[in-house]
Design a protein around this ligand. Structure first.
Ligand SMILES: Nc1nc2c(ncn2[C@@H]2O[C@H](COP(=O)(O)OP(=O)(O)OP(=O)(O)O)[C@@H](O)[C@H]2O)c(=O)[nH]1
Ligand SMILES: [Mg+2]
Ligand SMILES: [Zn+2]
Length: 362
């Protein structure tokens, strides 16, 4: 795969701001760089001097004011290591403006950062088998809790004679527009939503056509596209890493691998579920009992709306499932925070111990 960084990109084009500039310690000699790709112990960063391979100082990671690990889109402060200008060291990660977080796959409840400092997250869903309002709702909740703006891209519009009915249904959830990487329909509209100086990302299931759109916007085949396997509709050349691209118009776009089932990482007391389901939340408010379970309680406004058809059962179930997940996550998040805190204390203690030993040795 080809690295794509146009010559002489400015910090402004990379999304740098005065706000960020104020965070650079004066006289530190560190320079800003944007994380473009993340490997195990190294990252690719973009600087106005060009792309650099950067190793991560463990201290930089430990002290980073971020959750879910270093992500594509993060701002790093880097130092030159020596005569070799092509390699640098990440000395610090700056606080994020926005982030798209999910629960990492696996048993342990941990946040995983998919993309950082993105202005806009495009939830990509195709008109074919992937079309599913419930799935999109889950993405919208995750986006809202990370602070970025959400838009829905209904793609592969070339596969249906009229995309309007589907667009109307999905457009009820968030601003939505239709595209086709094949015919080029709606591609200008997508470009217009990623102006110079801003960063966007595409997220969604595998095979919906995220990389096909990225390729279309780049005007060449940078990201491998998956030929869809017949039996399960999933891509074959599926994207395996998150990666940042510069569009010809100057905007930045992050391609991401498809996700199986997105579990939003919701901070304690998060109101995003109710925000995304304000219709259901308003009905629940109108129930006679504060703690109504919306099962058999008298005076349940939710059940009444379900029975009259005012509220779709699937939407109610989507809200219930996310609310339940948020409740289940809370104690595990507390454990996660406690473990992080005890690790921090252990570190402080070991630093103090090392210092004592050193002092003794003198
Ligand atoms: N008909 C049609 N097919 C498309 C369109 N966009 C993508 N495809 C096809 O859908 C398949 C999957 O496309 P990708 O772009 O690889 O999908 P993806 O979302 O990047 O998938 P992952 O990388 O696995 O997450 C490929 O065979 C594409 O050719 C489109 O607009 N119309
Ligand atoms: Mg892809
Ligand atoms: Zn109720």
């Amino acid at each position: 795969m080809e690295r794509t960084l146009p010559e002489g990109i400015s910090l402004d084009e990379l999304g740098w701001s005065d706000e960020l500039a104020r965070l650079v310690p004066e006289g530190s000699g560190l320079s800003p760089a944007r994380v473009a790709s993340v490997y195990a112990a190294r990252v690719d960063v973009w600087t106005p001097e060009g792309p650099r391979l950067a190793s991560l100082r463990s201290r930089a990671l430990r002290d980073a004011p971020i959750v879910g690990g270093v992500a594509v889109g993060d701002w790093a402060l880097v130092a030159q290591t020596g005569a070799d200008t092509s390699e640098v060291v990440v000395e610090a990660i700056l606080p994020r403006r926005t982030v798209f977080l999910r629960q990492a796959a696996g048993e342990r409840a941990e946040p995983q950062a998919i993309a950082a400092n993105v202005d806009r997250v495009f939830v990509v869903t195709a008109v074919d088998g992937d079309f599913n309002l419930r799935r999109v709702e889950r993405y919208l909740v995750a986006i809202a809790s990370g602070g970025a703006e959400a838009q829905i891209v209904l793609t592969k519009s070339d596969l249906v004679p009229d995309v309007a009915p589907l667009l109307e249904r999905i457009g009820a959830l968030a601003p939505a527009f239709a595209t086709s990487a094949r015919s080029g329909h709606g591609v200008d509209e997508l470009v217009a939503r990623i102006p110079r100086g801003t960063t966007a990302t595409v997220v969604g299931s595998s095979g919906v056509g995220k990389s096909a759109l990225v390729n279309r916007l780049l005007g060449r085949d940078v990201q491998l596209e998956g030929a869809v396997r017949e039996h399960d509709g999933r891509g074959r050349h599926t994207t395996t890493r998150r990666e940042l691209f510069v569009l010809p118009g100057g905007g930045l776009l992050i391609d991401t691998p498809g996700m199986r089932e997105l579990k939003p990482w919701l901070p304690e007391g998060a109101h995003e579920v109710d925000d995304a389901f304000d219709d259901v939340a308003a009905l629940a408010e109108a129930c006679r009992y504060r703690d109504c379970g919306h099962a058999r309680e008298p005076g349940c406004a939710v059940r009444a709306a379900l029975e009259s058809g005012e509220l779709a059962a699937a939407r109610f179930e989507g809200w219930q499932k996310l609310s339940r997940e948020r409740t289940e996550l809370a104690p595990r998040q507390a454990t996660f925070a406690a473990v992080a805190e005890s690790r921090r204390r252990a570190r402080t203690a070991s630093v103090a111990l090392r210092k004592r030993l050193k002092d003794k040795g003198r």
